[in-house]
Design a protein around this ligand. Structure first.
Ligand code: 4NP
Length: 160
């Protein structure tokens, strides 16, 4: 079976997108679908390349039983636009930067992650980097909701 391929993208790849990668991996595992989807995350910026996720993001994820400590930040690269079925931006800036960098053939595979949780009425996962730790739990709430919607979407798409 061909694996569906999803890339989560934020600015630094140390807070939101590694959290999304970890949460969505857990969502898949809970549904017995871990083999169905290949997941990675990346940042539009390069400041934190090679670093582990922010300690606050690690702590918040661990609080929900999810260990993201082994992840290492990387920057989005040109090949990602060919390699992934879906490239999911955390906020409008990320979406804009990705669409600017992508070839026209890839643009419709780039979306906002929270498009998969329309019930939230929120379009962005806010950047928690300069805020308090509570921001990281809010981020996880949004990511969990969108992960459920994303799994539904992939299951439906794959059975078409
Ligand atoms: P992220 O958060 O995009 O969710 O990984 C940020 C991490 C670092 C910075 C900004 C946002 N920074 O400016 O260094």
């Amino acid at each position: 079976m061909t694996q569906y391929r999803v890339l989560f993208v934020c600015l630094g790849n140390i807070c939101r997108s590694p959290s999304a990668e970890g949460v969505f991996r857990e969502t898949l595992a809970n549904a017995g679908q871990e083999e169905a989807v290949f997941i990675e995350s990346a940042g539009t910026g390069n400041w934190h390349v090679g670093k582990a996720p922010d300690a606050r993001a690690q702590k918040a994820a661990l609080g929900r039983g999810i260990d993201i400590s082994a992840q290492r930040a990387r920057q989005v690269r040109a090949r990602d636009f060919e390699d992934f079925d879906l490239i999911l931006a955390m906020d409008h800036d990320n979406l804009h930067d990705l669409r600017q960098a992508a070839p026209a053939s890839a643009r419709e595979r780039i979306q906002l992650f929270l498009d998969f949780a329309p019930e939230l009425g929120v379009s962005e996962v806010p950047d928690p980097y300069y805020g308090g730790s509570r921001g990281f739990d809010d981020v996880l709430d949004l990511i969990e909701a969108a992960s459920a919607g994303l799994l539904d979407h992939i299951v439906q798409t794959s059975s078409d």
